[in-house]
Design a protein around this ligand. Structure first.
Ligand SMILES: *Cc1c(COP(=O)(O)O)cnc(C)c1O
Length: 398
């Protein structure tokens, strides 16, 4: 028998047009970090997300760094960042030599808890450290929108800037408005595992034309206008290449389809786990509220051993791995990361619980029926074993 191929967590999924756009880049010799694809990709991002200006960059992380630089964030400022996220949300705070405060998630959206955020801001204002609360970085984890109405209200109350990390949520909406379009800045990522990809890439979006112009300037080594190379500030080499933007243009054409496909994956998992929940398990999901529409980038489950006959997310992860199926624990919160030891944190144990019990399942938009059969067979095998053990245990107790 042929050996089964590995089922990955979230592999790239190309449509029909990407290769043509890349070939065009070669044929026209626009291989540089500027060119027609970069411009068109930016226009696509603007119209899709309902934002005035998009700047295509080399990554989502660099987009956050540029946003913080545009606001002159430094050692006297405080940036309040969701703790439950990928390190790309937080690292730029430290590139900018600023101060982070990590904020826990709320149980319903798994995203930044607005009450804790406000408490942290109040405490910063009341302390005698001389630091100013400047920026809030909420994240739409796994595609699920954070409560942007409340976070924006807090930002305007304290005269702060919102950098909305929509790296995982391209295509998601909150109250009918695209994620990434709520903040003063929004950032997207087109890394290889995201809902669409340019192999590596990102974008910064904003409604302010002067900020977009300055972002472009900063991202191209802050070169001033002159026939020679003239610089009056420190810039970055963060621009997206025209070749990669060609991939991005093709991917934008299938983005809505990818959202549908990822949401369909989620529904398949729900149906499967509901059957097992009826038999005694208690697997839970990230809940989508009526004001939210998630792209369901990754399907994530919660497996609390206390309600699942002792079964843990690690039992499931390891079992799937034996069957060559990749699953991954949820993001380890930033406040638990060794590198951020000593950074202030406001929490109530929500993200700790989520990390302890949460697992991301294969969620690629190119998962086949056969792939799902394999995943469900492997899971069923484990669950049946568990139920049998449980029955034996129960009968031996009588
Ligand atoms: C992927 C990701 C980023 C960073 O994007 P890169 O393009 O990999 O730099 C930032 N934040 C979150 C939440 C992400 O998932």
């Amino acid at each position: 028998m042929e050996e089964a191929e590995k089922i990955w967590l979230s592999p790239p999924h190309m449509g029909q047009q990407e290769e043509n756009f890349v070939l065009q880049a070669f044929e026209s010799n626009w291989i540089a970090p500027l060119g027609p694809h970069v411009n068109e990709f930016e226009r696509d991002l603007e119209s899709y997300n309902g934002v005035k200006h998009a700047v295509a960059l080399s990554s989502g992380t660099s987009a956050i760094h540029v946003a913080l630089t545009l606001e002159d964030i430094g050692p006297k400022d405080v940036v309040f960042c969701q703790s439950f996220t990928f390190c790309g949300s937080a690292n730029p705070i430290f590139y900018a030599g600023s101060n982070a405060v990590f904020i826990d998630s709320e149980p319903d959206t798994w995203n930044m808890d607005p009450d804790l955020l406000e408490q942290a801001i109040e405490d910063t204002l009341a302390s005698d450290e001389g630091l100013t609360p400047k920026v809030i970085i909420p994240v739409h984890l796994y595609g699920m929108p954070a409560k942007m109405d409340r976070i924006n209200a807090i930002a305007s109350k304290y005269n702060m800037i919102v950098v909305e990390d929509a790296a995982e949520s391209l295509g998601s909406t909150f109250m009918g408005k695209k994620t990434g379009s709520w903040g003063d800045y929004g950032i997207y990522s087109f890394n290889g595992n995201k809902i669409i990809t340019t192999s590596g890439g990102g974008a910064l979006v904003t409604s302010k034309p002067e900020k977009a112009k300055e972002a472009l300037h900063l991202a191209t080594q802050a070169r001033d206008e002159a026939p020679h190379y003239e610089h009056s500030k420190i810039g970055f080499n963060y621009r997206m290449s025209n070749v990669l933007a060609g991939i991005g243009r093709g991917q934008m054409r299938v983005l809505d389809l990818r959202v549908k496909q990822r949401r369909a994956n989620f529904q398949r998992y729900v149906t499967f786990f509901e059957n097992w929940n009826n038999l005694g398990l208690n697997i839970r999901f990230q809940i989508e509220k009526s004001d939210s529409h998630s792209n369901r980038w990754l399907t994530a489950i919660l497996v609390d051993p206390a309600n699942n006959m002792g079964l843990s997310r690690e039992d499931i992860r390891k079992h799937l791995l034996k069957h060559k199926i990749e699953a991954r624990p949820l993001w380890k919160p930033m406040h638990q990361q060794p590198v951020f030891k000593g950074v202030k944190y406001y929490g109530r144990g929500v993200s700790d619980y989520l990390f302890e019990n949460g697992l991301c399942l294969p969620s690629g938009s190119n998962l086949t029926d056969d792939n799902f059969d394999r995943i469900f067979e492997a899971l069923s095998e484990l669950f049946k074993m568990k139920l049998r053990q449980q029955k034996k245990q129960l009968s031996s107790e009588f």
